[in-house]
Design a protein around this ligand. Sequence first.
Ligand SMILES: [Zn+2]
Length: 308
Amino acid sequence: MPHTLDLQFLGRAGVIATAAIPCEGGVVLVDPGPTSCLPALTSALAAHGYGLADVRALLITHIHLDHAGASGTLAQAWPGLPVYVHAIGAKHLAQPEKLLASATRLYGADMNRLWGAFLAVPEVSLRPLQGGESLVVGGRTFSVTYTPGHAVHHVSYLDTADRVAYVGDTAGIAVGGYSLAATPPPDIDIPRWEESLTAIAALAPASLFLTHFGLVADAAAYLSRYRDVLRRSAERARVAVRAGGDEAALSDAWVRWLRADARTVVGEDAAAALEAAAPFDQIWQGLARYWRKRVERDGAGALEVPLA
Ligand SMILES: [Zn+2]
């Protein structure tokens, strides 16, 4: 079973988790997190008897900075360290300019404080994936499934021995018994996301590892609950976009609702961890953009049809 390494993002527990999977000769990391968390990653590994030099491979679910930010720093420090990532994401890890420009639109002047440096991953380290592969890393076998929805280049990994599925953000964020759908701009896609949930369920995982946050037992029950969370969120956004109005007011109303909704289930600390993992205004922005793109494609009628 994996170790759950808490990266203590912005000094807060329970926001970003890296999975450390013991293997022959060391450890495999799923999503090493941002460079700003490298000191925490290092000490969390040390608590389990490993150093960064023991890392045999990085399995990247997707290239958002909270998941993959430190990949280049690690791959440059340990030449030849294999970095598995979807082919679309691999291009951006090799040449991060566009990825960083897109992230800067979301985070502005806060980029460095949140994420630290983002170095390119050398080509020699990159192992581009499409989904459907079977990887053998340090004597462990992982099957790769393409799971778009949260991001167009998202993949999930199933460890075929203990049947833990490493699903990144595909199964959302779950802290203290409250789940929310992580729907930042720019490329969330609700129908494809639901197909990805079906694909993960079809793997029959025993448990799920969520980046935000940690292992979830009883994967099947969680996945079916999470599908409802995703739909409820997307439906609420559809109705709000259809009603229209001032964008800042729509965003504020969304943030107020989500803050209150989370607090019906969890206390202040968990609610703050949820919001640190996925700023609530970005959750709104991604959903609003998704529905407005649907209107551009299918006409205003796209907002009249509830999700099936
Ligand atoms: Zn994330």
